[in-house]
Write a protein that binds this ligand. Structure first.
Ligand code: AMP
Ligand code: ZN
Length: 454
C-alpha cells in the first residue's frame, strides 16, 4: 500500500485502489511558454506516483490536461496568457499553443517522464465544459448574467475553503481573482465558468449564453470527471494551485457528483533556483535545454529533484546539477562493471521508502550505502539498482563509452573505499598510488570516491 500526504485531510492517506486500478489527474501546462525546471518538478511528482503504482502491479489511468485557453495572467490587465504571448510572437494563438505543447512533450521525454494516457486540450473540450456549466446552473450552483457570463456561486458550497484554508468569510472583496471586469457577479468570491467575449475576437466560442470562452477551473472539472469516469483517486499539482484553482475545482466537481470527487489531493512544493523564485523578470528561468547546453545530462535534473522530498521546498543550483551529473556517470560505470544481468531484485528498504510518501532521498541513501558495501556481491548491487531505477527512471543501465575496470582494479577501489571508511589514511593513500600505477585516477568527493582513466 502506498501512503501519500493528502492536502485536504492534512495527513497521510492510503492511495485508494478500485480493484487493481488507480485513476490519476495532474494539472498540465499552460502552453504559452517553455516549461521550466520547476514545472518539471511537479510533473515528475505525478510520474513518481505512476511508476510506484506500476511497480506494485497496479493498472494506472493517468490524464494530464493541456491548458490552451482561459488561463488569465495575474497582472492587472488580466489577459489570456495565450493571447498575450500570441501578440508578443506575432503569431496565431493556436500556433503558439501547438508549439509549446510539442516542446513540453519533448522536455518530458528527456527527463524520462512516462507519457500520460491522454492529454486533452481545453480548446477541444469546449462542448464538455458547456454541458458541465449547464449542469451547475440547473442544480443551482451557478448563475448566468445579463452580460453573457456564467459564475459559480461560491456560497453554494458549504465546505468551500477546505483545501486551502481560505474560508469565504475571510476572503475580502477586492482580492484579485482571475478577471478584473466582473461587475456582474453576485459575490466577490464567485468565479467565472464562462466569460462573455466582450471585445475579444480570438479563441471565442458560441454558447447558450452568447459568445465567450471558458474559465480555467472548469476545464479540470469537466475533463477529470469525464475521462476518469467520475472517480479521481489522486489529483496532482504544484502547491500554488491549491488556491484558487483546486479550491474552485473541488467546489465544482463535488457539486456535480454530490460527493467528494477527488479522493486524495497531492501538492508538490515549489522549486527555487540558486535561492530565488524562478521568474522572467529576474532572468533566472531555467529550462531543460539550458542544462543540455552546459553539457549536462537532463537526467541529472531528475536525480537532483529526487534528492529532495516532494513536500519540501527545494533550491536547485548549478553546482548540485554538476554533482548529480557526476553521480549518474559513476553509477552507470559501476553498473557496467557489476555485470550484464538484467534481473531486478526487490529491496524492501527501497520499497518501504518509496511507498511511504515517496521518500526518494531515502531510496538514494540506500543505493549509496549499497554501492560502498564490500560485503554485497556485484550482481546483487546491479539487480538492486535496476529495481530502484524502475521508479527513479535514471537509465542507470545505460552503457557509457568508457572502458570498464578489470576485476583487480575494482577490488582495489573497494579496498580503498573500506580503508577510508576505517579512516586508515595511509592505506588509502597506498591504494591510490597503486591504482594510479594501473592508470586509474581517484577523486574524493562528498559522495565518496569516483574514478577516471588517466
Ligand atoms: P503552469 O504551466 O504555469 O500552469 O504550471 C504547470 C505546473 O507547474 C503547475 O502544477 C504549477 O503548480 C507547477 N509549478 C509552477 N511553478 C513551479 C515551481 N517553481 N516549482 C514547482 N512547480 C511549479
Ligand atoms: Zn487543473
Amino acid at each position: 500500500m502506498i501512503t501519500i500526504y493528502d492536502t485536504l485531510t492534512r495527513g497521510l492517506q492510503e492511495v485508494p485502489v478500485d480493484g487493481n486500478s488507480v485513476n490519476i489527474y495532474c494539472c498540465g501546462p499552460t502552453v504559452y511558454r517553455d516549461a521550466h525546471v520547476g514545472n518539471i518538478r511537479t510533473f515528475l511528482l505525478a510520474d513518481l506516483i505512476v511508476r510506484t503504482l506500476k511497480l506494485q502491479g497496479r493498472q494506472v489511468k493517468f490524464i494530464q490536461n493541456i491548458t490552451d485557453v482561459g488561463h488569465m495572467s495575474e497582472d492587472f490587465q488580466g489577459q489570456d496568457k495565450l493571447l498575450q504571448q500570441a501578440q508578443v510572437e506575432k503569431r496565431d494563438p493556436f500556433e503558439i499553443a501547438r508549439k509549446y505543447e510539442e516542446k513540453f512533450h519533448q522536455d518530458l521525454a528527456k527527463v524520462n517522464i512516462l507519457p500520460a494516457d491522454s492529454y486533452p486540450r481545453a480548446s477541444e473540450t469546449i462542448d464538455l465544459m458547456l454541458q458541465t456549466i449547464a449542469q451547475l446552473i440547473s442544480s443551482g450552483h451557478a448563475y448566468a448574467t445579463d452580460l453573457g457570463s456564467v459564475y459559480f456561486d461560491a456560497r453554494s458550497v458549504e465546505s468551500y475553503g477546505a483545501i486551502s484554508g481560505n474560508k469565504l468569510d475571510a476572503l475580502k472583496p477586492g482580492h484579485r481573482y482571475e478577471y478584473n471586469d466582473e461587475s456582474d457577479k453576485r459575490f466577490h468570491a464567485d468565479w467565472a465558468l464562462w466569460k462573455s467575449a466582450g471585445s475579444r475576437t480570438e479563441m471565442v466560442w458560441d454558447s447558450p449564453w452568447g459568445k465567450g470562452f471558458p474559465g480555467w477551473h472548469i476545464e479540470c472539472t469537466a475533463m477529470s470527471l469525464d475521462l476518469l469516469d467520475k472517480r479521481i483517486d489522486l489529483h496532482v499539482g504544484g502547491i500554488d494551485l491549491r488556491f484558487p484553482h483546486h479550491e474552485n475545482e473541488r467546489a465544482q466537481s463535488n457539486s456535480i457528483i454530490g460527493e467528494e470527487a477527488v479522493k486524495l489531493w497531492v501538492h508538490g512544493e515549489h522549486l527555487l533556483f540558486e535561492g530565488r523564485k524562478m521568474s522572467k523578470s529576474s532572468g533566472n528561468v531555467v529550462l531543460v535545454q539550458h542544462l543540455m547546453e552546459r553539457g549536462l545530462d537532463p537526467l541529472a535534473l531528475r536525480l537532483s529533484l529526487l534528492e529532495n522530498r516532494y513536500r519540501s521546498q527545494m533550491d536547485l543550483t548549478w553546482a548540485g546539477l554538476e554533482a548529480a551529473n557526476s553521480t549518474l556517470k559513476r553509477w552507470r560505470i559501476n553498473m557496467a562493471a557489476w555485470g550484464e544481468n538484467e534481473n531486478r531484485l526487490v529491496d524492501l528498504e527501497i520499497l518501504n521508502a518509496i511507498e511511504r510518501d515517496l521518500d526518494t532521498p531515502r531510496v538514494l541513501l540506500r543505493l549509496r550505502a549499497l554501492e560502498k558495501d564490500l560485503s554485497v556481491p556485484n550482481e546483487v548491487k546491479r539487480a538492486t539498482f535496476l529495481y530502484a531505477d524502475s521508479v527513479l527512471g535514471l537509465d542507470l543501465h545505460r552503457k557509457i563509452d568508457v572502458q570498464p575496470l578489470n576485476s583487480a582494479q575494482i577490488e582495489l577501489l573497494q579496498l580503498r573505499a573500506q580503508a577510508r571508511q576505517d579512516k586508515n589514511w595511509s592505506e588509502s593513500d597506498r591504494l591510490r598510488d597503486l591504482l594510479s600505477d594501473l592508470g586509474v585516477a581517484i577523486n574524493d568527493g562528498p559522495d565518496g570516491q569516483s574514478w577516471s582513466w588517466i
